[in-house]
Design a protein around this ligand. Structure first.
Ligand code: SAM
Length: 239
């Protein structure tokens, strides 16, 4: 597995991902706003509009972290399970939920590659800015397919590569210089943010990721690029 600035094996990658998110958990929400100029809120709103959560349905928000997607889904009355590999991120999420008076969410420590949920347990599976951190993406996709009922839907929000001419150069310069600096200034941690940017650069391009989703068994797959593909919404159905 290539970690960007050096090669590491799969176990080591999982360990590094764990320590990155433990390190950023407390400042995670502040950093999202700082780095995206608040835009991540709009992307998440758009994502949840596409998911079209229904009252009473069971939704698994994988790599749910501090709850941004889960809170939006729960607003529509969905029964949301927030699952994440990192207990520190889940802890911050639970505190935020309490502060906002949001209850009824289930919180669960899970590795996306090997879920403990029964087959066909969920109506929808969401994963936002999570899948690029998973060591074996194919395993996570297979698990997503397994835990969905027939007729269930898969939705993924993730950074990708913008195809807009000029924009990608500006973005590269921003992400490689400004983001680690912001990480250092606001969170005292440049290295974790360097990893996060590297993981974006390494993530497969939109058509390739869509192929992986199809290979996991999903049908009617779709990609919706945002800002030319800087961010993308991938979706598919289990039929
Ligand atoms: N979905 C949230 C959001 O959009 O704000 C959090 C996204 S955060 C960038 C990525 C999350 O993925 C972290 O909370 C991290 O712990 C989690 N993660 C990384 N690898 C994972 C894995 N193998 N299984 C489950 N969660 C994982």
């Amino acid at each position: 597995v290539s970690f960007g600035y050096r090669d590491v094996d799969a176990d080591e990658k999982a360990g590094m991902v764990r320590s990155v998110f433990s390190s950023v958990a407390a400042k995670y929400d502040l950093m999202n706003d700082a780095m995206s100029g608040g835009a991540h809120r709009l992307w998440k709103d758009q994502f949840v509009r596409r998911v079209k959560p229904q009252a009473g349905e069971a939704i698994l928000d994988m790599a749910g972290g501090t709850g941004d997607i889960a809170f939006r889904l729960a607003r529509h009355g969905a029964q949301v399970t927030v699952a994440d590999i990192n207990p520190d991120m889940l802890g911050v999420g639970q505190e935020r939920a309490t502060k906002r008076g949001i209850d009824g969410l289930a919180w669960s420590e899970q590795n996306a590659e090997q879920l403990t949920f029964a087959d066909r347990r969920f109506d929808a599976y969401t994963i936002a800015f999570g899948i690029r951190n998973v060591t074996h993406i194919d395993k996570a996709l297979a698990e997503a397919h397994r835990v969905l009922r027939f007729g269930g839907r898969f939705f993924c929000l993730e950074f990708s590569s913008t195809t807009w001419p000029g924009f990608s150069e500006v973005y590269d310069a921003y992400s490689h210089h400004a983001v680690p600096q912001l990480g250092k200034m606001l969170a005292g941690d440049a290295e974790s943010y360097r990893y996060l940017i590297e993981s974006i650069r390494r993530f497969p391009p939109m058509p390739e990721f869509e192929r992986m989703i199809r290979a996991a068994g999903f049908a009617q797959t779709k990609v919706e690029p945002i800002l030319g593909g800087l961010v993308a919404i991938h979706s598919g159905w289990k039929i």
